[in-house]
Ligand binder design. Structure first.
Ligand code: MLT
Length: 312
């Protein structure tokens, strides 16, 4: 990388490459977000920022590793709403999602989409719901591990519809999407960063978006709220965390570098083409992230306990 000499001239952290861990398999929506942020931070920090994937157990394997990593600023994580749902799903969780991490900042709220394999007969969300009820004995619904955004969305969607299809777990929605494209599974709820291009090119079918507002990159997809399920709302919010106790010189460079990425025209353009946008900077701060995480742990804890779902 031809890094700017100016970036190298400054002394102190970072003096070597930085790793962002994505606790989901490569090729999924979190990976897409992380690689765009990493590319921008490489330019800003003058050191290579790499992305590494470790899927499994709805992201709790990877986040558990971060909680046990030395807080030197060279190992970070980008994850999403699943960081908030882990305590309610995994009784044996070995970390506290709030207390055991430094909260570097929020990144984006990604809308989700209800999608099917291309060959599924229904041609509207209403017809899909009827199809699910008629085929509940044989239909399958993929997800990315208990507690993943895809899993939470499918849980809420099926409980609102009043039908339970066979769940098929993957180490991320990258691999889940591969099976949907191949017709091995029938349905998936996944983020627009992973579904937009496949829907546009007819490789999968889109039925509805899970946010209250329609998504500009998929204007023909109605929202669940305006059609079948009034009030339904799920989005996969993404953020950056680090092991608790980062040195001040690291956090003082990391927070502005992340916020620079949120203003990076290339990040904004790629996010827009994938149906999402960076969060406003005043909502991207460490304090804003910590406050949102605390609120989400509380909110989803109630939803998950009411649904009687467990991860382990
Ligand atoms: C991913 O693959 O990025 C995530 O596992 C997606 C999800 O949590 O649904």
């Amino acid at each position: 990388l031809g890094l700017g000499a100016g970036a190298q001239a400054e002394s102190g952290w970072p003096t070597k490459p930085i790793t962002i861990l994505v606790p989901a398999a490569a090729g999924g929506p979190t990976d897409t977000v992380a690689r765009l942020i990493a590319e921008s931070m490489t330019r800003t920090l003058g050191q290579t920022v790499l992305v590494e994937n470790q899927g499994g157990a709805g992201g709790t394997l990877g986040m558990g590793r971060i909680a046990r990593t030395p807080a030197d600023g060279y190992t970070l994580a980008i994850w999403h709403i699943a960081h908030a749902t882990a305590p309610a799903l995994y009784d044996t969780l070995k970390y506290d999602p709030v207390a055991d991490f430094d909260h570097v900042g929020r990144i984006t709220d990604v809308p989700m989409t209800i999608v099917s394999k291309a060959a599924l007969p229904p041609t509207s969300i209403g017809a899909l719901i009827e199809w699910m009820k008629a085929n509940k004995a044989t239909a399958s619904f993929g997800h990315a591990g208990v507690g993943s955004a895809a899993h939470l969305c499918s849980l809420l969607f099926m409980s609102e519809v009043g039908v339970q299809l066979a769940p098929v777990a993957y180490r991320g929605t990258g691999p889940a999407m591969n099976d949907l494209l191949g017709g091995q599974i029938d349905l998936l709820c996944d983020q627009t960063t992973n579904t937009t291009n496949h829907i546009r090119e007819g490789r999968i079918k889109g039925y509805a978006v899970t946010t209250k507002a329609r998504v500009s990159s998929l204007p023909d997809l109605p929202t669940l709220d305006e059609t079948a399920l009034r009030g339904f709302e799920v989005s996969a919010w993404h953020a950056m965390w680090a092991p608790r106790g980062l040195p001040k010189e690291a956090i003082d460079k990391l927070v502005p570098a992340l916020q620079t990425a949120l203003r990076d025209p290339k990040v904004i353009e790629r996010f827009a083409s994938l149906g999402t946008e960076p969060v406003p900077l005043d909502q991207a701060t460490p304090a804003a992230l910590k406050a949102q995480l605390v609120a989400e742990v509380e909110k989803w804890g109630k939803v998950i306990r009411a649904a009687g779902v467990k991860g382990n």
